[in-house]
Ligand binder design. Structure first.
Ligand code: ADP
Length: 542
């Protein structure tokens, strides 16, 4: 016997319809590429998303055709999120920080038909358009008068001209909720990038889950600043969860420096922000010297890379901001775990609570996870055993776009490439990415632990730990450090700083000071590049 409830497919168009009807006057504020602030409402987003849909119909784009973006977080990008997916096409967000060769490769692999780009990326589009064989329309996300006359790009039009005259009403089509809605290529640090192809169903389930109190806890009373980019895994799904809840959205556009982000948080009364640790490092470095304070910000989600304890302490102790540690990946839409406390933790001291908060957190309902040893057998949830982390759930990929890389699953579980422990309360802690773990004399050293200790030193701005070949121990850790401007610390002082904070054999063998650590396209430390840079390095005594 079937239930007797209405059968309504979970489609992204329903999110924008709901937002327009139930919190239509909710605000969306965007810093534009031109530097000014643009503001309008969810009702306006819906109207213009419908113009996008009409335009794509007029172009003759078919169901599931790809429309690509190279764009910052902003209102026009938001309109494309809903207009493209809502009308049955697939939104392909491309990471503009990738190398032009990779961007061209990705656009061809995805068979993009349209490419919408912010003017900051005009040189990138000029570099790739000759090689992008499937794109038939280029759209510059700007007003008509901001488009230079001779760009050399064929079939280029400004977004406003492209939409002009299109009706603001549109009947969203209904279709199978398992249809593809958007796609995102992994950063491809090894080999060619592979794409996660999200569905309407996976996106809506993820949007529901992300908004829960023990997940991101997003509500209609929030003003959210997603610093995490809309060009990478849909800004952790925040645009969708905001439409679902009616939260105000504040988009930083291209201005991600500490000063601009701080000013936006204050002027737009942001309560909630989300981003990777490197962005928050810039924000805190801007605030500290002038003794600046937050007047409305109470929570920030930090994920994408391990949040250093020193950063979590700074947010809590100096600014009264709660840090929610999050873990996920492109292949998981991206959220897998979030770190919020359970009732039993409330009686603990703040320091004890902090130990819990520094973990990557508990699985969100519908995601299951396990850790396994080298023999593939599941390991105990005792907070001690570490092994390969595997996940499954309705917003985890089953395979990559076009079947690249074959079947990625192991008995139905997706191997994350992370190494982790899980404690008896279900809190998962990442110790490393499997390719970054340092194996010294048959024992594992967590590069994250080594980095976190260095980051606790007041003179250290950024630290990366990598393993170096060693004739006796196989590998030994070294720590590569960027000093804070004007601050001083010597190699010996830093090595001494490790004493008593970790086992002796886990203390790095050397400290290498550098001006900068290479960052990847999503703002994470790029250890592959760092290792290349260190290829002539010799360990002391090795
Ligand atoms: P890429 O794999 O291309 O770097 P993702 O954004 O998908 O892009 O990165 C996912 C990976 O980032 C995870 O597998 C994990 O290694 C790392 N990661 C994400 N969040 C955290 C976190 N909170 N702590 C530690 N590592 C994290």
């Amino acid at each position: 016997m079937l239930g007797l409830m209405q059968n309504q497919p979970l489609l992204i168009s329903s999110l924008i319809d709901f937002a327009a009807r139930h919190h239509g006057d909710g605000e969306i504020v965007s810093r534009r590429v031109e530097g000014d602030l643009h503001r309008y409402t969810w009702r306006d987003v819906a109207r213009r998303a419908k113009q996008v849909a009409n335009r794509l119909d007029a172009m003759g784009l078919l169901f599931s055709d790809r429309v690509a973006t190279l764009a910052w977080n902003g209102y026009r990008h938001l309109e494309l999120y809903f207009g493209v997916s809502g009308s049955g096409r697939v939104l392909h967000t491309i990471n503009p920080r990738l190398h032009p060769d990779q961007v061209a490769w990705i656009a061809n692999h995805a068979e993009d038909q349209v490419l919408c780009f912010d003017m900051s990326f005009l040189p990138l589009v000029q570099a790739i358009h000759g090689r992008a064989t499937t794109i038939r329309q280029y759209v510059a996300l700007c007003d008509a008068d901001k488009l230079p006359a001779d760009t050399g790009i064929p079939n280029l039009v400004s977004y406003e001209t492209w939409l002009a005259g299109q009706p603001t009403s549109y009947e969203w089509p209904s279709f199978d909720e398992n249809s593809a809605s958007s796609m995102c290529y992994t950063s491809g640090t090894t080999g060619n990038p592979k794409a996660a192809l999200y569905s309407h169903r996976s996106t809506i389930l993820h949007a529901y889950a992300a908004a829960l109190p023990d997940v991101m806890g997003i509500s209609a009373r929030d003003a959210i600043l997603p610093v995490v980019p809309m060009f990478h895994v849909n800004a952790w799904g925040i645009p969708y969860s905001a439409a679902l809840t009616g939260a105000k959205l504040v988009f930083p556009g291209p201005s991600l420096d500490g000063k601009s982000v701080y000013e936006l948080i204050e002027s737009e009364k942001v309560t909630y922000a989300a981003g990777v640790p490197t962005v928050w490092q810039m924000l805190l470095s801007h605030m500290k010297p002038g003794g600046l304070r937050f007047s409305t910000l109470t929570r920030t989600v930090i994920g994408g890379a391990a949040c250093p304890p020193a950063m979590m302490h700074a947010f809590r102790d100096e600014y009264g901001v709660e840090v929610l540690h999050a873990w996920g990946m492109t292949e998981m839409s991206p959220l897998g775990t979030l770190c919020t406390l359970k009732n039993k933790h409330l009686e603990m001291s703040e320091d004890e609570q902090m130990k819990v908060r520094l973990k990557q957190g508990r699985a969100i309902y519908a995601i299951d996870m396990k850790i396994v040893g080298d023999d593939g057998q599941e390991l105990p949830w005792d907070g001690q055993a570490t092994g390969d982390l595997l996940v499954k759930g309705p917003w985890v990929i089953r395979e990559y776009f076009k079947g690249e890389g074959g079947n990625p699953l192991v008995d139905g579980w997706f191997p994350t490439g992370d190494v982790a422990s899980i404690d008896a309360d279900g809190y998962m802690q990442i110790t490393d990415r499997s390719k970054d773990v340092i194996k010294s004399g048959g024992e594992w050293i967590s590069s994250i632990d080594v980095e976190n200790i260095a980051m606790g030193h007041p003179a250290v701005a950024m630290a990366a730990c990598v393993g170096m070949r060693h004739p006796k121990w196989d590998e030994r850790p070294i720590v590569v450090v960027v000093k804070k401007p004007g601050a001083e610390v010597t190699r010996e002082e830093l090595l001494k700083f490790y004493e008593g904070k970790t086992a002796k054999w886990q203390i790095p063998d050397d400290v290498v000071f550098v001006e900068a650590i290479p960052l990847g396209a999503t703002g994470k430390m790029l250890k592959t590049r760092l290792r290349e840079q260190l290829k002539d390095y010799k360990l002391p005594g090795a």
